[in-house]
Design a protein around this ligand. Sequence first.
Ligand code: ADP
Ligand code: GLC
Length: 486
Amino acid sequence: MKILFVTPECAPWAKTGGLGDVSAALPQALMRLGHDVRVLMPAYRSMRPLLAQAKRRHTWPAEGPWPEAQLAEVEAGGLSLLLLDCPGFYDRHGSPYGDPGGPDFEDGARRFGFLSAVAARLSIDPSPRRGWRWRADVLHANDWPTGLAPAYLGLDRHRQAVSVFTIHNLAFQGMFPVERGLSIGLPQSWMSVDGALHWGQLCLLKAGVRYADAVTTVSPTYAREIQEPEMGFGMDGMMRARAADLHGILNGIDPESWNPTRDPLIVQHFDANSLEGKTVNKLALQHRLGLAESNEPVLFGMVSRLTEQKGVDLVLDNIDWLTEQGHQVVVLGKGEARFEQALAQAAARHPGQVSAIAGFDEGLAHLIEAGSDVFLMPSRFEPCGLNQMYSQAYGTAPIVRATGGLADSVDDAQPGTDKGTGFVFQEPTAMALREALQRALTLRQDGDAWRALQRRGMARRFDWALSAKRYEALYRKLQMRQRPSA
Ligand code: ADP
Ligand code: GLC
């Protein structure tokens, strides 16, 4: 199959969270199944150096509301990238979405509407006018910035390509005033609650859900949760209406990037039979962050966007309790100022025991996974989550709340049993987290039981090949539905 994977992020060039990792790994897993996969994304400033190595460039003439642009074909990082080069939209300082720490760029509907229009065009006709012959059989769009891609594709009554829209996080919806939609040529008929309007605004995520042939999200539990009011962000009714076409497919992890036996970003490689190597990483992490260097304290790590979603406040409420018992806490994260400040204050209160690093640091994220004993992920909701999987691969016991992909990927260790790879708690409260922390601390005192738990986690496989096969099966099912005779 020819698969067009359109995304606003792709690691290592443009990543604010897990979508960046998924956009690098899933296309490669699909390629390994024999498919011809192209990854379409904007040529952000951080990606412009790649343009110099383009194999081909195609001029994309101005059309309707859209400016002229170039489409550059680049082979990099094991991917066939199609970079949409339109400096007016994408050559900007900041993240893919906005100024660092500031609001999103106000022309988001135009910037990402253009990306989506190009995605649909690449799935409709080969358009020799543009010197372009490749046409996608499957258009796979990801999160709100690409929500208009399945919608635009659906406007073509003769289309052959099928579309899949993946929700990585329902909390980010891409809401814009209705006039913005009209100014980028969206049909008036979409401007209703039965179309792409949500709470009186144009909602790009809703467009994706409404108009794609199938909708997926990144874990089976989250697929169920978003059909309920509590986690449906006001869209649970629509999710229920699409239940027959809504699938939960768990993400995997990339064994090339996240593998303690050959990770270039950690200090000492290790595996399940050489866990003493993990201690070397712990000491190196303590040294780097100015914490007391010893294997005695239990080291709790966290790497996260600092938002309400991630339950940072639940961790903050337990820091004093952990440090009173002599343990250590490391948090690497960037996000809401109130959380960054509270973490900095906790670090100032407990020098040598607590370290808070405000920033985005891939290398340090790997060292925290390798050097921590326990990883904290008390999310209020978590569509999939990747760090709890990385943690298990690195022999670091995750503490997670029973939600979304966390519930689907961590087995709770019950005392007195030889099962479990981490610690799972139910309620999103500091007390419920504390109970799980206590269970972890108790188990840690039994060295053999702890190592057995680490080994069970390290033996788990979160294999992209399996997830890719599920996407492949879905694409085929949609193609059969579209063209029963094919
Ligand atoms: P989300 O996509 O909701 O942020 P995920 O767990 O799916 O959550 O993915 C987060 C990814 O981003 C992981 O690879 C994690 O290591 C990385 N990450 C998050 N914050 C930071 C940070 N401050 N520095 C480095 N990596 C980070
Ligand atoms: C989102 C979710 C996260 C998921 C990631 C990749 O950012 O918040 O849970 O792992 O997308 O699918």
